[in-house]
Design a protein. Structure first.
Length: 42
């Protein structure tokens, strides 16, 4: 278990990885709204 905690800390230090996680979370949160908008438009 401690090994995985260390890996998680290592990933937090990588700016590119953290930026990728932000984009992933943003996309997941925004996707349903975009799909709703597309369904209403057509």
């Amino acid at each position: 278990m401690a090994r995985f905690r260390r890996l998680a800390r290592d990933y937090e230090r990588l700016a590119e990885t953290l930026k990728g996680f932000h984009w992933l979370a943003f996309s997941i949160l925004l996707l349903p709204k975009v799909l709703d908008g597309l369904c209403l438009a057509s």
